[in-house]
Ligand binder design. Structure first.
Ligand code: BJ2
Ligand code: ZN
Length: 669
């Protein structure tokens, strides 16, 4: 500081003539300083007003999502339009800075202008935007209010996804019941949104084009700031596929032992309804069928939670305590008063768990129809991770109040949950009686984790692969459902329990499609969370690559303020730097790296490879069944396994048969 003052005095003392180079440089400096100042004031103004507008729009969305009725729907629609007006207005103001903001020297200011140069769907004209918004609202409402009839009591028709259908998928081992629930859920949800989705895709692409992108799939990738993103994802998946295939072969054998070979064949894809989850997206709920060592400690603690009278509140407090133990920010009092953590009885709400930032630095909430299960305890941590990110970056301007990339946001709570789920930690909180340092218990634990994490990877990868091709037009409307099943078969190795057709719309039976939430973020998260875990475990002194008694999968970062501070430092950056910088701040590296997840599961991978070999299991899948036809019967399905033959649409075959019969009849007469 002193040095600067001295320089100035010196320059003045030399009495430099008016047009000397020194004076010009001086003038240029002061011009650029005043431009920076102007930019700073401008951005602060936009930020303040933007936060207020954002709070109003978020509040209206919350009101609707937590009390679905016509009045709230109308208020939400109006608030969305008002917010879009503001977005357009501020975008136009920002545009006036084009040609000037690029010359700013402060990278923090420049990055704000860059981030604000994309308008988003507000680029649509008012009528189209209104339609686009109402399509998304209607699709998520159809999904969230869908009900089906009971399998054994067909007159009882009030079964909802949460908790009823989720519980049946989790606990029932009745092939027919599972098939009924799987199929009827898709009738009640996906099928009903297919028409909405057609218009939705058109409007989404129109908005993307107005923003200078080819289609909405491309626009979704903008926050990743990478030209090779799709290729990078494909490469990560290739690195992880061998481990998934070992899991697939092992679980298929276990399901075959449970249901019999007529339902689960030796070399075929796995029937999608037997995996404990409506979308076969993670298979943790079939752990009881897949435990490697039955006699050893079981690490699914749902029964203990129920027995100890756990409540949703207690689950949230447990999670809050974990964040607090790391010296991270605890949930503020408004969080506890305003969040909805149990399903209300008297009204319809969007039950799918979510975390909310009301853009005012004070109000942060979670809405979750919490069930007392271990899987929901993990989801509680997942949602709390979002809120922790919100809290850590609340000091930043609104444009930076995002994850370094969307996958980072998804990873925070999951990273903590990796510690929470360890037997050592579960014993610490009284959910397991005793833990033994024993290889077989280790394999039991890793199996439980892999059923959640490894089996999710192909699903996390394929959801947006399907949407990218839909948005780009590579998959035409007439093939939407069969293209979905091609991916489900090729990438996940699963098959529908009953033949599908283009009358169905199975992607629409998964929340993020009707609610229009991009999904590749979860695939990214499942990779980077292991990288974050490793970095934090090193900081916590819980992991040492040279010490076999401290492997990655046994690490529990609970109470490590070193780990918590390092995580907090990354979260505080929000999206103010490109994600490789944020990644480097925590892990020292700048790339997404699948080798860490492979390292974590190494003992299980070795065990699985041996076990599959020992049982002569076929690793991979093949089939000659028709899984999906373009114009198949509207109502396929009985309780029997399907017996169709390839993935080729059967339309032309029917036509041929029809002509042959016609020919035969005319010949006879
Ligand atoms: C249960 C979880 C989402 C999430 C919700 C709904 C959609 C977005 C938010 C955002 C968060 C943000 C979810 C968990 C793992 C796999 C996936 C699934 N719900 N969202 N507002 N998950 O990500 O928390 O809360 O970024 O602000 O959907 O398929 O279940
Ligand atoms: Zn999330």
């Amino acid at each position: 500081m002193l040095l600067v003052v001295w320089t100035c005095v010196l320059v003045g003392a030399l009495a430099v003539p008016q047009h000397s180079p020194v004076h010009v440089a001086d003038q240029a400096r002061s011009e650029s300083e005043s431009l920076e100042e102007e930019a700073r004031t401008f951005l602060a103004g936009v930020d303040e007003r933007g936060s207020t507008e954002c709070t109003a729009a978020t509040m209206a969305s919350w009101e609707y999502a937590s009390d679905i009725n016509e009045r709230n729907k109308k208020i939400k629609a109006e608030a969305q339009l008002k917010y879009a007006d503001w977005q357009k207005e501020s975008w136009q103001m920002v545009k006036k800075w084009n040609g000037r903001w690029e010359t700013l020297s402060d990278p923090f200011l420049k990055r704000q202008f860059k981030a604000m140069s994309i308008l988003g769907t507000a680029a649509l004209d008012k009528k189209e935007l209104e339609k686009y918004n109402s399509l998304v609202t209607d699709m998520s409402t159809i999904y969230s209010t869908a009900k089906i009839c009971d399998y054994k009591n067909p007159k009882k028709c009030d079964l909802e996804l949460e908790p009823d259908l989720t519980r049946i998928l989790r606990t029932s081992r009745d092939y027919g019941e599972l098939q009924h629930v799987w199929k009827m859920w898709r009738h009640a949800s996906g099928r009903k949104v297919r028409d909405h989705y057609k218009l939705f895709v058109r409007l989404a692409n129109k908005a993307a084009k107005l923003n200078g992108f080819d289609n909405m799939g491309d626009m979704w990738l903008y926050p990743y700031e990478s030209d090779t993103f799709r290729e990078d994802m494909a490469e990560l998946w290739e690195q992880l596929r061998p481990l998934y295939q070992q899991m697939h072969a092992y679980v298929r054998r276990k399901l075959r032992e449970q249901y019999g070979e007529e339902y689960v064949s030796k070399r075929g894809p796995i029937p999608a309804h037997l995996l404990g989850n409506m979308w076969s997206q993670s298979w943790g709920e079939v752990y009881s069928l897949a435990i490697p060592y039955q006699g050893k400690t079981h690490v699914d603690v749902t029964p203990q939670m129920v027995q100890q009278n756990y409540t949703p509140r207690k689950m949230f407090e447990l999670s809050d305590d974990f964040f607090g133990s790391l010296n991270l920010t605890r949930m503020p009092s408004e969080f506890w008063t305003e969040s909805i953590i149990e399903k209300p009885k008297e009204r319809d709400i969007i039950c799918h768990a979510s975390a909310w930032d009301f853009c005012n630095g004070k109000d942060f909430r979670i809405k979750q129809c919490t069930d007392v299960t271990m899987s929901d305890l993990i989801t509680v941590h997942h949602e709390m991770g979002h809120v922790e990110y919100f809290l850590q970056y609340k000091h930043l301007p609104a444009v930076f109040r995002e994850g370094a990339n969307p996958g980072f946001h998804e990873a925070v709570g999951d990273v903590l949950a990796l510690s929470v789920a360890t037997p050592k930690h579960l014993a610490k909180v009284g959910l397991l009686d005793e833990v033994h340092d024993d290889d077989e218990e280790d394999i039991n634990f890793l199996m439980n984790m892999a059923l959640d994490k490894i089996t999710f990877l192909p699903f996390g990868y394929l959801m947006d692969n399907w949407r990218w091709d839909v948005f780009s037009g590579k998959t035409p409307e007439k093939d939407w459902n069969c293209a979905w099943w091609n991916l489900r078969y090729n990438i996940q190795g699963i098959k529908p329990p009953v033949q599908r057709s283009e009358f169905d719309f199975d992607p629409g039976a998964k929340y993020h499609i009707p609610a229009n939430v991009p999904y590749i973020r979860y695939f990214v998260s499942y990779v980077v969370q292991f990288q974050f875990h490793k970095a934090l475990c090193i900081k916590a002194g819980q992991y040492d690559p040279q010490d076999p008694s401290k492997p990655l999968h046994k690490c529990d970062i609970y109470q490590s303020t070193e780990a918590g501070n390092a995580l907090g430092d990354m979260l505080k950056l929000g999206s103010s730097v490109a994600w490789p910088e944020a990644m480097a701040a925590l892990t020292g590296g700048k790339r997404m790296d699948a080798s860490v997840i492979r390292e974590y599961f190494k003992p299980l991978e070795t065990w699985l490879t041996n076990d599959n070999q020992k049982h002569g299991e076929f690793v991979g899948w093949e089939t000659d069944e028709v899984l999906c036809t373009s114009d198949g019967p509207r109502e396929a399905a009985t309780g029997e396994p399907s017996s169709a033959t390839t993935l080729v649409p059967a339309g032309p075959l029917y036509l041929l048969l029809f002509l042959l019969v016609g020919l035969l009849l005319s010949h006879r007469s």
